[in-house]
Design a protein. Structure first.
Length: 131
């Protein structure tokens, strides 16, 4: 039987037959679901920490610009943080800059239902551990 042969598994609460190498789209969707479940909460925690740290460390003129970039729900996205810092010519500690910069491609991939590149995830995790 397929079950005894290990060709059936449970992914995202759905019974799936063994991955078929020809079905790249199905595999990418399953991989995205697994990565999103793990990475999105950690990205949000890192985003909140970065935002809190930025607002404490930057001068008032940069705080004002950051507040203009905050969404109506009170969220300041990584891309807005980086763009504001760059536009204002304000340099933050390297580890904070690297965390913000490495989060952007991973967050964008997940937001568009695409599995992030492994190197992007590795860089992000490295900077998350340091920050």
């Amino acid at each position: 039987s397929n079950w005894a042969a290990g060709e059936i598994d449970l992914w995202s609460g759905e019974v799936r037959q063994r991955y078929d190498a020809r079905d790249q789209q199905m595999f990418a969707r399953c991989l995205w679901r697994a990565q999103a479940r793990v990475l999105l909460p950690r990205l949000e925690e890192a985003r909140h920490r970065a935002e809190t740290r930025l607002l404490k460390e930057v001068p008032p003129y940069v705080q004002d610009e950051l507040s203009k970039q905050t969404r109506s729900d009170g969220v300041l996205e990584f891309a807005s943080m980086r763009r504001t810092l760059r536009d204002q010519g304000y340099r933050v500690e390297s580890s904070l800059w690297q965390l913000i910069s490495s989060a952007i491609p991973v967050r964008n991939s997940l937001a568009h239902m695409v599995p992030p590149q492994p190197g992007d995830v590795e860089r992000l995790l490295q900077w998350m551990l340091m920050g």
